[in-house]
Design a protein around this ligand. Structure first.
Ligand code: SAH
Length: 462
């Protein structure tokens, strides 16, 4: 370790910043976050610093730096563009044993400032010992994206209970067990969902043993159409914390790669006409697993509430008193159209968009064809490969032009993403003559033509 990491309490303590430019302004703001009493010494200041002075956030002494300015300071930052002055500030501070930082001059510093992920009271500091600050910042960006914002609130909540928990459990092991459960269970999830009051009540109840804290939870998570980069932060977090994952055919291999390594994986199928586990079986399995105290992630393709039967699954959970949460995902219509260069709406071509199921029941689709066969609208058919002939016939019979552009998207957003463009009249021939791999989505509307200009994703392939 080149530097020893510590966190210093500078609240209400005098800190000096020499210089009044943009860099000084950034450092002052950091010091203010820790509630320091900042004095800035500079003959001139930038607008930001002037604003802080105006709002009484800091004291400005408009003059050149003098040796006596270091007196009584607990921390000094020199942020001027004058190398000689910076060296002088550094030497004086070091002589007086006051920690000093000179921006971008590690040799003149007695402490360096890390990249910070601020989830106060949780604060993560990252340093490369001045060797690769950009790398430290990249690491910071990674952490920023994976650590939920609400961790700070969780830590604050825990802080409020610390004494009580200490009083109840004498030994450290028991305390640790209690907190681990709180931080990875329902309490934490409620904080993340913004329900701080409920989380507080639950934590109190767990402490008093007045609720069954052994019941698990179900996360109904939208895994998106295939590309793992389209997962939400929340989906990823819950996938990585669940003990059991129930997934089906629509969840891509790349997305499955991201679930917790040691989680139990249960395939519940749903291949067309070949349901490995019937829907009622899935609903019940979710209840049973949660009642064993397990955290269950029901991972679905796309969005769980769009042709995903997510509603039915959580209905059973609600009836059985199992806590659950739902994470939306990018639905196939959105993912496939975007990755095909087809905007679903467009001021000139389509003012509305309908998502409909093309699933055949007894050889037909029970759809309001009159409402669908209109201009200036985009229709997205899910589950419609087998019904392509039927939907083409029906739309044309209800007045839609046979030349209406149509796109058929295979395995959208995955590495095998493929788009076929045709017309409504020729769609049945395309489906009959080409080898097409499920899942597929059919997009009907003038917007399909825009693909010629707007395609950005699979330009080399088609
Ligand atoms: N809940 C899912 C839809 C489930 S219904 C969602 O929101 O996307 C299953 C249908 O979704 C498939 O028959 C197909 O029409 C469509 N689908 C899902 N993923 C797809 C993909 N990657 N490419 C093309 N179509 C897809």
């Amino acid at each position: 370790m080149d530097y020893f990491p510590i966190f210093i309490d500078i609240a209400k303590k005098p800190c000096l910043v020499v210089g009044g430019g943009d860099i000084a302004y950034r450092k002052i703001n950091l010091l203010l976050k820790a509630d320091a009493q900042v004095t800035c010494i500079a003959p001139e200041t930038c607008d930001g610093v002037a604003e802080l002075v105006k709002n009484n956030k800091i004291i400005l002494i408009k003059k050149d730096f003098e040796a006596s300015d270091v007196n009584a300071q607990v921390l000094i930052v020199s942020a001027t563009d004058d190398a000689v002055l910076n060296a002088r500030v550094s030497a004086l501070a070091k002589k007086a044993n006051i920690p000093v930082n000179v921006v971008d001059s590690p040799a003149l510093c007695s402490f360096i400032m890390p990249s910070i992920v601020d989830r106060s009271p949780i604060v993560i500091a990252i340093s490369s010992a001045g060797k690769a600050p950009v790398l430290a910042r990249l690491i910071r960006a990674k952490l920023e994206s994976t650590i939920p914002n609400a961790y700070g609130k969780l830590a604050t909540l825990a802080g409020n209970f610390r004494q009580q928990v200490k009083a109840k459990f004498n030994n450290i092991e028991d305390r640790r067990y209690f907190w681990e459960k709180a931080f990875s269970g329902v309490v934490a999830e409620k904080v993340f969902a913004g329900k701080i009051d409920e989380a507080q009540t639950d934590l109190q109840a767990q402490l008093d043993d007045s609720i069954d804290s052994d019941i698990g939870e179900v996360y109904l998570v939208g895994g998106g159409p295939g590309d793992p980069d389209l997962l939400t932060f929340k989906a990823l977090r819950l996938m990585q914390q669940a003990d059991v994952i129930l997934y089906d055919r629509l969840v891509s291999d790349e997305v499955m790669e991201l679930v917790r390594r040691d989680a139990e994986l249960i395939y519940v199928g749903k291949e067309r006409d070949n349901h490995s586990v019937p829907q009622e079986g899935i609903n019940q399995l979710l209840v049973d697993l949660a009642k064993q105290g397990r955290r269950v992630c029901r991972l679905k393709g796309g969005d769980p509430f769009i042709f995903g039967r997510g509603g039915e699954e959580i209905e059973t959970l609600a009836e059985n008193g199992v806590p659950f949460q739902v994470v939306p995902g990018i639905t196939a219509a959105s993912g496939c159209s975007t990755y095909s260069g087809i905007p679903l709406t467009h001021r000139d071509y389509s003012q509305s968009c309908r998502f409909v199921t093309g699933h055949l029941k007894d050889g037909s689709m029970n759809l309001p064809w009159d409402e669908l066969a209109v201009e200036q609208q985009t229709i997205v058919f899910y589950m419609a490969l087998k019904g392509a002939q039927h939907l083409s016939d029906q739309l044309i019979a209800h007045g839609m032009r046979g030349e209406m552009p149509v796109a058929l998207v295979e395995k959208g957003t995955t590495p095998e993403h493929k788009v076929h463009t045709t017309t409504l009249a020729e769609l049945p021939d395309l489906v009959a003559n080409e080898i097409i791999h499920a899942p597929t989505l059919i997009i009907v509307g003038e917007v399909v033509k825009l693909r010629e200009k707007l395609n950005w994703y699979d330009m080399d392939k088609n």
